[in-house]
Structures are given as C-alpha cells and as structure tokens.
Design a protein around this ligand. Structure first.
Ligand code: SF4
Length: 446
C-alpha cells in the first residue's frame, strides 16, 4: 500500500467481509445440504435480491441491470421460487429453521409490480418459511417505483423499513451523479411512503458530487429532515471501475487529495448537522433518529449468524463458507449472469465463494463490530473465540491507536474515535487479511 493510499480516507466501503471480489469458483461445488448440516439455523437472516433498476446510477457498482425485457421478471421470480424450494430442502427439518430478519434489496425491488411483489413475499413465506409479519423486513425502493399500489402491498405484507435512494434533493447534483430525477417527484414519493404504515423510513444521500458545496449539501439534508426520517445514510461518492461515472471520467485514477478533502469536510458538516438535530450516529454512514423505534431483531447478531441469500446477486453465509453466484459490474456481463440464473434448474450447490477459517472469522467479527459507533465489547469476543482482539490483532490495533483512530486500545471496550469513524473506509481495509487482500487484487474486473 502506498502512503497516499494509507492516508486517503476513501479506500473501500466494508459492508461485508470478505468482499465478493475475493470469492472464487468452488471447484468441488459443495452441496448446500452438506454446508448447512451442522449450522445453527435458529435465527438466520433472509435476503432476496432483485437485479433490476429503471436507470443505472453513475456511481452504482451493485449487481443490477437497466429494465427487463418482456417476461424476464416472471422468469426471474420463477427461478427464485425454484431456488427457494431447493435451499429450504437443503436446510432440512432436523432442528428448528427460523429467520430472524428479512430484506429485499437490489437493484430496486420495487421495480417489480404490485402483484410481483406479492409473489416475492410468497416466495419468502411459503418457499422459505419466513414469517414476514413477525420479523423486521427491510425493502429498498427508488422514488419513481415507490408507487402507492406497491407500497400498499409491502406495508400489508409486513415491511417495517423502507429505504429510499434519493442521493440529492438538488436536481443538478442528481444529474451530475447520473441519477436524473426531479425534486418534485422525490417529494411526492416521500409523501406516498409516509402515507403508508411502514414504521421506519430511511433516506440515502451522497456527498462529494461534482459541484456540491456545503450549502447545497446541508440544503439536501434539511429537505430530508423535513420528512423526519427514522434513519439517514450518508454515503461518500466513490467512482468505481466500470461504473457510469468511471466511463465519463477524463482524469487519471490516482489519489485525489482535493476530492478527499471535499468529502471529509462534507462528512463532518453532515454529521454535525444531524447530531445537532436529534440523531445519533450508528456508524460512519448511518444515523438514527434518537426517538425512532429500534428495528433490529432481538436475537440476531450480524457478526455470527447465518444468512440465506436468494437471487443471482445475493450472498449466503455459513460459519465456514461465504458463497454466491458469479459477480460482475459491467452491463453485458451482468445481463449474461441473470440470463444464466433464470435458466438454472440445479440450485443444490455452492458455485462461487470464500472459505472462512477461524482467523478470518475473528477478523470479520472485529471489523463488523469496530466499524459500528458502539464498538466491540471485548468480553463478547472472548466468549466467542477464547482470546482477546489484542491477542489476535495487536499490531493492527496499535497502528489504529497511533493514528488517533482507536480510543484506548487496551480497554474492555474497543471503540473508534470520531476521527476513526470518519476514516472507517481506511480502517476497514487496513484490517483485511493478506489472503483476502491478495484475492481482491487478483480479481479481474468484468
Ligand atoms: S444506486 Fe440503486 S437505483 Fe441506482 S442503479 Fe444502483 S441499485 Fe439501481
């Protein structure tokens, strides 16, 4: 790693560890039945992935395609149903199988029509056995697809959190991020969402857009705050390889200290604005209204529990293997993977993945806890692994402390400092294992 990379606050958003670019084809194609046989299945997460959007935002590297030719969404739901049946069978009935949380993500799940969303809920309920009305259910939406009929279905089927990708309330900034939308349409979508009985509204906003100033950024934040969202996610803009913004970029891909400084300064302004208005910071990106209802399941811990992902861009996690299907960012490749998925009849094997050894499991626990504002209780770590984070990651933790990013490296509770949280996207990659780092570096983008 170069010095410039080490000091750049914007290296990698760690929302899952290891990243999918570290996954590789599994030559032994293990059966799902064997993978899940010895796992605790009493409080799992369920994720259904819908890889369709009306537009492809310039910053987006998620696994999604623009639009769907006639019949493709039906074929996709047919494949999801086949996959659900196979996966549910592989989980077996020898012990309780229970989902503690569920989420529909994408892409844009609300790209589906109201009746297709009914079918999606049926697949989760009847196919997988998830009791959607009894557990937290989070759904992602875009302003144009958050129509009254779709929202009514989602509310009736038990959605507890609706997340709306807005990015900016300033039309020219939305255009600059290649997400063309009109403020009036965004406001109308928010009104429709607030008219439903979905308890938690999350709004996603982006900072670091070309032409964005502190004044326009705070204007967007205030426009969002007018709806009193229970949650707000503030994302730094990244220009990632093969995305729309990357293709339009004329400069080099080297470090950009001026842009780093702009993002860091907008981050601080946004954070302080929300902290002063009754929000608490959960992580670098996430803020929750202090009086909002708690949304997590009582008995679900993302550090340790299993996850079942259905759909061609979803991952699944057992304690020993993280797996999914093939991954791509380029449009042509994504379309090919979706077309393969909808014709797949054998979903009984894991195809692509990363094997987790005990050391990687410790790293994952450390990363996923430390990047939360509340940090990592050392006793929890010791109870799970029999060691302390300092035993396992002393040099890394001392390095963070030396930079002023870790509060009291040897206390009973490891927590990032406010500057550490501001630098989460540098802290995270610094904790990747050499093996994961090497696999990510060797990944061929497509
Ligand atoms: S940001 Fe959301 S709406 Fe935009 S292309 Fe990506 S998944 Fe689709």
């Amino acid at each position: 790693m170069t010095t410039a990379q080490l000091t750049s606050p914007y290296q990698h958003y760690v929302y899952a560890y290891p990243h999918k670019t570290a996954y590789r084809r599994l030559s032994d194609r293990p059966t799902l039945r064997s993978l899940w046989a010895a796992q605790d299945k009493s409080a799992m997460a369920l994720y259904l992935h819908i890889p369709f959007c009306e537009v492809r935002c310039g910053f987006c590297n998620l696994f999604t395609r623009i639009g769907a030719p006639d019949g493709l969404t039906t074929a996709y739901l047919d494949a999801l149903q086949r996959q659900a049946e196979t996966v549910r069978e592989a989980l077996g009935d020898g012990e309780p199988v229970r989902f503690a949380t569920a989420a529909f993500g994408g892409g844009t799940p609300t790209f589906l029509t109201a009746s297709e969303l009914e079918r999606l809920c049926d697949i989760a309920e009847q196919g997988m056995g998830a009791d959607l009305r009894a557990i937290p259910l989070s759904v992602e939406a875009s302003p144009a697809t958050a129509t009254a009929d779709r929202l009514a279905v989602l509310a009736e089927r038990g959605t507890t959190r609706l997340s709306l990708g807005i990015q900016s309330f300033v039309d020219s900034e939305a255009r600059a991020a290649v997400r063309p939308q009109r403020r009036a349409d965004v406001e109308a979508a928010l009104a429709r969402i607030r008219d439903t009985a979905i308890p938690v509204l999350n709004i996603d906003l982006i900072y670091g857009i070309d032409g964005q100033t502190e004044e326009t950024w705070l204007r967007s934040l205030d426009a969002a705050l007018a709806w009193q969202p229970e949650e707000l996610y503030l994302y730094p803009l990244y220009v990632r390889p093969l995305t729309g913004l990357d293709r339009h970029r004329t400069d080099t891909h080297g470090p950009d200290p001026a842009w780093d400084a702009q993002r860091l300064s907008l981050y601080r302004a946004g954070r302080d604005h929300l902290l002063a208005r009754g929000y608490t910071q959960q992580s670098m990106r996430m803020f929750r209204r202090t009086d909002a209802p708690q949304q997590g399941a009582d008995d679900y811990a993302c550090q340790s529990d299993g996850m079942i992902g259905l759909g061609c861009g979803a991952r699944s996690y057992t304690a020993d293997l993280h797996y999914s299907f093939d991954y791509a960012v380029g449009m042509h490749e994504i379309r090919g993977i979706i077309d393969d998925y909808v014709t797949t009849t054998d979903f009984a094997h894991a195809e692509v993945g990363y094997r987790m050894d005990p050391h990687e499991a410790r790293r994952r626990h450390l990363l996923q806890s430390l990047l939360q504002a509340e940090g990592l209780p050392v006793d929890d770590y010791r109870a799970r692994f029999g060691t302390t984070p300092l035993d396992d990651f002393g040099p890394e933790l001392h390095r963070l402390a030396d930079r002023g990013w870790l509060a009291e490296a040897d206390s009973a509770h490891l927590r990032l400092t406010p500057e550490g949280i501001a630098h989460s996207d540098a802290v995270g990659p610094d904790l990747f294992s050499p093996a994961v780092r090497a696999a990510m570096a060797a990944y061929e983008r497509k």
